[in-house]
Design a protein around this ligand. Structure first.
Ligand code: BDP
Length: 327
């Protein structure tokens, strides 16, 4: 009797387990703006494979590259509401949605990429993750995005005066409009996917980005002047939709978390290599790269932007201070 009962219980348990196993198997759709072979793409694909393998197919992620699932601001909304399950997002277009992340779009906030890593990998990075989670996004690791500089079809930029009158594409965030305005240029917020055509047809004169994006997007074919201002160092997250995350068992959450951390390690390593290779490639193609001797002039021009920002967001001032004080 005793044996029979436990056998029955075991069978019922097995059936339940099998059922739970099937019911819990999910297909995940992942958003990625970059093309094949880009460091972020390789890292996202590694993430997807590792998650599928380690969960033995309970989670089956697919990464959709090249922004085919939509422009970044829309993809952020879709991930927030669970229509997409995971993504690699830049914190630039995140600002209008998650206000605290606007801090990361303040020009010249970080002294260097190393400074940014130190901040984001520590307690302050956790504060940004907490802010994102209030908006339906679980940030599991931070990718590198180098530093952004201006490029254009007209001339080398050496001083803020050289930006005057240029139509410059920016990512979707009012802070970048203020940034370009402060330099006397005309900012045009525009989706990444439209920039190449707009440069070629003269709708815009320039844009700003890191070497790998300048190269992989082919913008360098149209804009022959790349001027190293290094005005923005913006981290990027590997984010999971909170709706998708909350459905996972703690064990599967751990697998996903570890895969995201490893993906970031891969991304950062590939990033360093690709930055160098991209610079070489664009220079070989005839792009004229100039170092900006006096970055302090550009920094000084950003002072009013900081003042307005702190006035409008007094609660975020301590966060800015904490970042500045991280050494
Ligand atoms: C790249 C970022 C990507 C942005 C793009 C842009 O990795 O997320 O969408 O810049 O300028 O560097 O829109």
């Amino acid at each position: 009797m005793h044996i029979r009962t436990s056998l029955r219980a075991a069978l019922a348990g097995a059936a339940l387990f099998a059922f739970a196993g099937t019911a819990a198997a999910v297909d995940w759709r992942g958003w990625n703006i970059h093309p094949e072979g880009y460091p972020n793409t390789v890292a996202m694909e590694q993430f997807a494979e590792e998650v599928a393998e380690k969960t033995e197919g309970r989670i089956n992620p697919t990464v959709y590259n090249g922004g085919v699932l939509g422009a970044q601001p829309d993809a952020i909304e879709q991930t927030r509401n669970g229509a997409l399950d995971f993504a690699n997002f830049n914190m630039g277009p995140m600002g209008p949605i998650v206000p605290a992340t606007n801090v990361l779009s303040l020009p010249f906030l970080f002294d260097s990429v190393e400074h940014m890593h130190k901040v984001m990998d520590g307690e302050i990075g956790q504060r940004f993750s907490d802010a994102l989670s209030e908006y339906g996004l679980v940030a599991l690791s931070w990718f590198d995005s180098g530093s952004r500089s201006f490029y254009n079809t007209k001339k080398p930029i050496k001083t803020p005066q050289d930006v005057e009158g240029l139509k410059i594409r920016v990512m979707n965030n009012d802070l970048y409009v203020q940034m370009v305005d402060a330099l006397g240029g005309n900012a045009t917020p525009m989706a990444y996917g439209e920039v190449f055509q707009s440069l070629k047809t003269g709708v815009i004169d320039g844009a700003e980005n890191n070497y790998p994006s300048f190269e992989s997007s082919n913008h360098y074919e149209a804009a022959k002047y790349y001027s190293i201002t290094d005005h923005l160092i913006i981290p990027e997250c590997l984010c999971i939709a909170k709706a998708s995350w909350d459905e996972l068992t703690p064990q599967d959450q751990e697998i996903v978390r570890q895969a995201a951390v490893r993906a970031a390690e891969t991304q950062r390593q590939l990033w360093a290599e690709r930055s160098k290779a991209s610079r070489e490639k664009v220079e070989a193609a005839g792009v004229i790269v100039n170092e900006v001797e006096d970055k302090a002039m550009f920094q000084a021009a950003m002072q009013p932007l900081y003042e307005t920002f702190v006035q409008e967001n007094p609660d975020l001032e301590p966060l800015i201070m904490a970042i500045r004080e991280t050494k």
